[in-house]
Write a protein that binds this ligand. Structure first.
Ligand code: SF4
Length: 473
């Protein structure tokens, strides 16, 4: 009996085979293929002229990019290489072999359209019943910009630099080339993320420095030479670097339905826009919003209340406030009567409104009311309660929103919903950053980075779709 299956090197196939047969039906590449076939890509197709040389159909390049982003391979060079050796890529490329420049240029020139397909794919998931709508989890993560930290400088630094440029331009160029070489050794030669064309000669560098100096008229703080939109931000590892803040809205099923990138290090200012983005994508209102303390503010609580959304967002002082509950005479243990607008102290005395401070600016409008007791002198607990002659309490008139939020979070239902946050949105961020390895952007400037982030989110959603499709019916 033969020991091995026939082994005949260089044997010719007797019958032509369909490339479809090289990839199993349940493979992620098949899903990517089907999804991209569903997309209306005429916006990109219409950019091509019938004149000139034939080129690859955009759907082929979109499939390569989406599949690559779904499995953590986004370098144009790597994608091009895989179309020669990897059956999934060969299948998606229909045996064409686009070179890395074609892939990189396609991504760069069609980023806006590609990022719009994020919306189409979320809506497709919704139509297929994969996405549970109504409750979203919001969180942000800092992702490094494609910019060397040492090229982030203040106005004074740039002025000093431009002086030096005029005098010793060769030295500075050497430094720029050194950065270039470092990046090349990390990412390969001319992959598209080396020092950009606009600073690779002495004259261009000088022009660029002068432009950067001009932009200080509108910008604050420091500007990075290679990516002027990137800002110094503290990452999850505690290190400060030139980065962007990526905001995500995720459903309970871990589909990303809202994805944006901001240059604000603070998450608080992004809550409302992230909810609005998710609602536009889903074409439905969101009922419940769960986010961490980084998103708590009276402005956000007011927005949720006005728009009839139920929030589960603890404030920074909530844990401290719970601990203060042990102190009988802490403000937490004074009961507020909303109807009568009075406080009652633990000894039963009333504290009435005493004075009001109004804050009235275009962005902030509220009243700070001080409540005052009137018979503290005779109280046996006075030394435990106050050092003033009469105890006072300050209350922001929006505090009722904060109290409602705390009550909701401390309820059994609230605790359970907030606890789910850890297992819902954090694994999504973990998947993007750790499994897929997207810890930095390849592209530069906010608009392009926003597009690239959407590609990462498309990759994540396609993988979720694939897992969903593999679930037993
Ligand atoms: S000091 Fe005044 S406010 Fe404090 S417990 Fe006594 S009566 Fe109440």
């Amino acid at each position: 009996m033969a020991k091995f299956k026939p082994y005949i090197k260089d044997q010719l196939m007797l019958f032509p085979q369909s490339i479809n047969e090289y990839v199993p039906d349940a493979h992620l590449a098949k899903l990517v293929d089907r999804v991209v076939e569903q997309l209306d890509t005429s916006d990109i197709e219409n950019k091509y002229s019938e004149l000139g040389q034939n080129t690859y159909h955009p759907k082929i390049l979109i499939k390569l990019l989406f599949y690559g982003y779904a499995i953590g391979e986004r370098s144009g060079r790597m994608l091009a290489r895989k179309t020669e050796t990897d059956t999934a890529y060969i299948y998606l490329a229909q045996m064409y072999k686009p070179d890395f420049r074609t892939i990189n240029d396609f991504r760069k020139n069609n980023l806006e359209e590609l990022s719009r397909y994020f919306i189409d794919i979320v809506r497709l998931c919704k139509e297929l019943g994969m996405v549970k709508i109504g409750r979203i989890h919001i969180d942000g993560t800092k992702m490094k910009a494609n910019a060397a930290n040492r090229l982030t400088k203040s106005k004074d630094d740039y002025e000093e630099w431009i002086k030096k440029t005029q005098q010793t331009i060769d030295n500075i160029l050497e430094e720029a080339h050194h950065v270039d070489e470092q990046e090349d050794s990390l990412y390969g030669n001319k992959r598209g993320d080396e020092l950009p064309d606009d600073i690779n000669t002495e004259e261009k560098l000088k022009d660029k420095l002068e432009k950067v100096l001009k932009s200080f008229k509108t910008a604050k703080g420091k500007i990075n030479l290679t990516d002027p939109d990137a800002k110094f931000m503290k990452g999850g590892d505690g290190k400060i670097s030139a980065a962007y803040n990526c905001q995500l809205a995720v459903t309970e099923d871990q589909f990303i339905v809202g994805a944006d990138v901001t240059t604000e290090a603070n998450d608080r200012t992004s809550l409302q826009s992230t909810i609005k983005t998710a609602e536009e994508v889903l074409k439905e209102p969101v009922r419940e919003v769960i986010a961490d303390t980084g998103y708590s503010s009276y402005e956000n609580y007011e927005y949720l209340s006005k728009n009839k959304k139920i929030g589960y967002i603890p404030d920074q002082n909530m844990t401290a406030a719970q601990q203060q509950n042990q102190d009988k005479y802490n403000q937490q243990n004074f009961t507020y009567d909303k109807a009568k607008d009075i406080y009652t102290c633990p000894e039963g005395q009333k504290l009435n409104p005493y004075k009001v401070r109004r804050v009235d600016s275009p962005h902030r409008k509220w009243r700070q009311i001080t409540y005052k007791a009137s018979h503290c002198q005779a109280c046996p607990s006075k030394t435990l309660c106050t050092t003033q002659s009469q105890r006072t309490i300050e209350r922001d008139d929006r505090r009722v929103l904060l109290e409602e939020m705390r009550q909701r979070l401390l309820s059994k239902e609230g605790r359970e919903k907030y606890k789910k946050r850890l297992g819902t949105i954090e694994p999504v961020i973990g998947n993007i950053k750790h499994n897929l390895g997207y810890r930095y952007f390849l592209l530069r400037t906010l608009k392009k980075v926003q597009g690239e982030f959407r590609l990462m989110c498309i990759g994540h959603n396609l993988k979720k779709m694939h897992r969903f499709a593999l679930l037993p019916a």
